[in-house]
Design a protein around this ligand. Structure first.
Ligand code: NAD
Ligand code: UDP
Length: 345
């Protein structure tokens, strides 16, 4: 049984991925500071899969001695960490503009720290949570992995910087490293049980949790940022991907890296299908039989009109295809929100 370290595993995407990993019989060590999560998500995973083996270590990836202890304990317990799935980090574009240093420190310094310890323990396999935001304003859509990296905000710059560091590490020696940068498009939805889902602490910025708050009556209306974009209905188009498809992409990537020669991968993870804000609203309303009041507002600074993944590379390379559509995302995401209006609390 292989031991995988999952940083940020108590969070939204991390918890769904942990569930999939336990179903594949991996033994997990989850490191999370809980700055944006609660480890109740991990308790739910144990409830959903009573055979799961998860050790939770609360701490910050920037704490070198803590991270050394995590790797050392695993080695002493005869289950050394074979690979790392690295979710830990801060992810709000707006917060990163307001407080860029906090983002560089948490995301970049945190990743450097993690990589130092991985080197120390000769653990050379890592899957990194990158983001489509690193592409910025692209000339073409769908976006391939060859598109220039051109972030427009500090959050995007931190993700691009971590990718650059990983590329440098891979290129530094006759590499023994196995690295996958997974560039997520727009993850939404939840596990179909409604037992785990997205539970952002503080005010969410992303459309799906905001939309759920409107339906719950916590916000009066959805503010749609712009109806004058150069898209078919004037609202922003994104490639929404079900969080379970995304979680499964991590399993496929991990298996691919472990089974193949050392290599460096950059992979878009999306469905390849664009959905406008208005289409998302209409689908949510029809699937969940509700009404979403909305108003059109000015464009949000830093937004792009259209961001859709060209996902041919991941589909041709890995044993993975997205299986769930936008209706499933709206149904499952709302099931979690409606069953757990206060999140994990
Ligand atoms: P999340 O906030 O739910 O999860 C991140 C987890 O990392 C949280 O549990 C948080 O407590 C933990 N964490 C943060 N800083 C830490 C640190 N220094 N040390 C230890 N733990 C720390 O976010 P998520 O949506 O699950 O995103 C996971 C990863 O995917 C992030 O790196 C994010 O940037 C990236 N990503 C997310 C999206 C998205 O829309 N959700 C899109 C693209 C990329
Ligand atoms: N959006 C919106 N109202 C909101 C939040 C988002 O109209 O309250 C729009 C946003 O302009 C974009 C889409 O929804 O077109 C997705 O935004 P999100 O922040 O979820 O993802 P990102 O912009 O980072 O891709």
């Amino acid at each position: 049984m292989k031991t995988i370290l999952v940083t940020g595993g108590a969070g939204f995407i991390g918890s769904h991925t942990c569930l999939c990993l336990t179903e594949k019989n991996y033994q997990l060590i989850v490191v999370d500071s809980n700055i944006n999560s609660t480890n109740k998500s991990l308790e739910k995973i144990k409830y959903m899969n009573p055979n799961s083996k998860i050790i939770f270590a609360k701490g910050d990836i920037r704490d070198l001695s803590f991270m050394r202890k995590v790797f050392n304990n695993a080695r002493e317990n005869k289950s050394p960490i074979e690979a790392v799935i690295h979710f830990a980090g801060l992810k709000s574009v707006g917060e990163s503009i307001a407080n860029p240093l906090m983002y560089w420190d948490s995301n970049v310094c945190g990743s450097i720290n993690l990589l130092k310890i991985m080197c120390e323990f000769k653990c050379h396999t890592i899957i990194f949570s990158s983001s489509a935001t690193i592409y910025g304003n692209t000339k073409t859509n769908p976006i391939t992995e060859n598109e220039p990296i051109n972030p427009t905000n500090p959050y995007g710059f931190t993700k691009a910087a971590i990718e650059t560091i990983l590329k440098g590490i891979f290129g530094s020696s006759e590499s023994s490293w196995r690295i996958a940068n997974l560039r997520y498009f727009n993850p939404i939805g939840a596990h179909k049980s409604g037992l785990i889902g997205e539970d952002p602490l503080g005010e969410p910025n992303n459309i799906f949790p905001i939309l759920c708050k409107v339906v719950q009556g916590k916000h009066k209306e959805l503010r749609i940022f712009g109806n004058d974009w150069p898209t078919f209905d004037g609202t922003g188009v994104r490639d929404y991907i079900h969080v379970m498809d995304l979680a499964e992409a991590h399993i496929s990537s991990l298996e691919f890296l472990i089974e193949n020669k050392p290599q460096y991968l950059e992979l878009n993870i999306g469905t390849g299908i664009g959905t406008s804000v208005l289409e998302l609203v209409k689908t949510f309303e029809s699937v969940n039989k509700c009404k979403i009041p909305y108003v059109f507002c000015n464009r949000r600074i830093g937004d792009v009109a259209n961001a859709v993944a060209d996902n041919k590379k991941i589909i041709s390379l890995l044993n993975w295809v997205p299986k769930r559509n936008i209706k499933d995302m709206c149904k499952d995401g709302w099931k979690w929100q409606s069953l757990n209006p206060k999140g994990f609390n």
